[in-house]
Design a protein around this ligand. Structure first.
Ligand code: NAP
Length: 359
């Protein structure tokens, strides 16, 4: 394998073996594996490293931390591990476009620069879905929040609402209950979607109050949130509940707008790959929550990050730009939905992978 080390020739893009888009747990794991395999690796992150993990108050189901660990601390550890093997992490760098070059390599266009790479790993993650109720946008930052870890301490001894019934709503609601006098969880059904252990703890917490079969219809206030109007979906009655804060946890959306027309996405915008995490474009792989997959867990994103990195190594080992049918020929690798037979890109069949990626 030949390594292309980062260079900064005047007017030319930095050149790397692999560019990783998004520094959540999947992207950072891919960066650890790629850089440890001595690939010149750049990790591009529009915010700061960690993604949603970094703003998760406490993580209890990531192996190796029996006492639990804060999302921020786990993010910092992953970041440090990627950096120690030489990955070039560029935070506050928004990727605007991906351009395939005639030789099969890629240029990742950011708001700052153009980064050239022989392969790309997409791990852009997800963001909180907006509910779209009146007052939600208007009171954003003035009582409306999508991040309990960031804003929870502002609501000491106040009443707040959490909307949703999934893991995020229940776990972040429990965090809010450390500060707020009452956390009203408004859920549209009479049963939570969250994991059972989280449900048990929430039901046992006297500060958690559940309002079932109800939908928030409006957020009310003058200059800041003062109340929510919610409707019981069975008897249609509407109640006004005075609160100071409203936290939305009604699901997530993949950060894949920039990938439309670049790689194949499913009907919800998640990135389609085969079992080897190959997208519809040769040399472009995907991992983490924005990939079309069954579960959204940090442990899963980490596993996918490792796999994507190992696949990149294989891809670069077998890269032959002159080979008919290879990336230079312009043919996108066929992508079957996950779970179906994988299609090897030209030039990689039968190659043994070294153990550079470690355990
Ligand atoms: P989620 O699992 O998709 O849950 C979204 C919740 O919002 C559901 O309860 C849903 O109700 C409700 N909802 C959706 N649309 C709504 C609407 N229009 N009006 C009112 N309510 C609405 O999202 P999440 O909790 O953010 O979790 C995302 C993923 O991350 C999941 O896979 C989750 O397991 C994972 N996660 C895991 C952990 C952990 O392992 N500790 C922690 C956080 C997140 P219904 O239930 O009726 O559909």
């Amino acid at each position: 394998m030949s390594f292309v080390l980062p260079s900064h020739p005047s007017g030319q893009p930095d050149t790397f073996d692999v560019a990783i888009v998004g520094a959540g747990p999947g992207g950072m794991t891919a960066a650890i594996y790629c850089s440890r395999a001595r690939l010149a690796t750049v990790l591009l992150e529009r915010n700061t490293a960690g993604g949603i993990m970094a703003i998760t108050e406490r993580i209890e189901n990531y192996p190796g931390f029996p006492e639990g660990i804060t999302g921020f601390e786990l993010s910092e550890k992953m970041k440090q591990q990627a950096a120690q093997f030489g990955a070039d992490l560029r935070e506050i760098t928004t990727v605007a476009a991906l351009d395939r070059q005639a030789d099969g390599s890629w240029v990742v266009v950011t708001d700052e620069e153009r980064v050239a790479a022989r392969a790309v790993i997409l791990s852009p993650g997800v963001e909180a879905r907006k509910l779209g109720v009146p007052g939600e946008a208007e009171f954003m930052g003035r009582g409306v929040s999508y991040c309990a870890t960031c804003d929870g301490a502002l609501y000491r001894d106040k009443e707040v609402v959490v909307i949703g019934g999934g893991d995020s709503a229940v776990e972040e609601g429990m965090f809010l209950a450390k500060f707020a006098s009452t956390v009203h969880v408004i859920h549209r059904r009479d049963e939570l979607r969250a994991q059972k252990i989280a449900q048990e703890r929430a039901f046992a917490n006297p500060r958690m109050h559940f309002i079932w079969n109800s939908q928030v219809r409006r957020i009310v206030g003058d200059t800041k949130v003062e109340a929510v109007d919610y409707q019981n979906v069975i008897d249609k009655s509407v109640t006004t509940l005075p609160v100071s804060g409203v936290f939305f946890y009604v699901g997530q959306l993949p950060n894949t707008t920039l990938l439309q027309g670049v790689v194949d996405l499913d009907e919800n915008g998640y990135i389609l790959t085969d079992d080897h995490l190959r997208t519809s474009q040769p040399g472009v792989f995907a991992c983490g929550d924005a990939r079309a997959g069954l579960i959204k867990q940090i442990a899963n994103a980490v596993g996918e990050g490792a796999l994507a990195a190992i696949q990149v190594e294989k891809y670069l080992d077998g890269l032959d730009f002159g080979q008919a049918g290879g990336p230079a020929a312009g043919g996108a690798a066929a992508v079957e939905p996950a779970g179906t037979a994988a299609v090897e890109p030209a030039g990689v069949e039968g190659r043994a992978r070294g153990d550079a990626a470690g355990a």
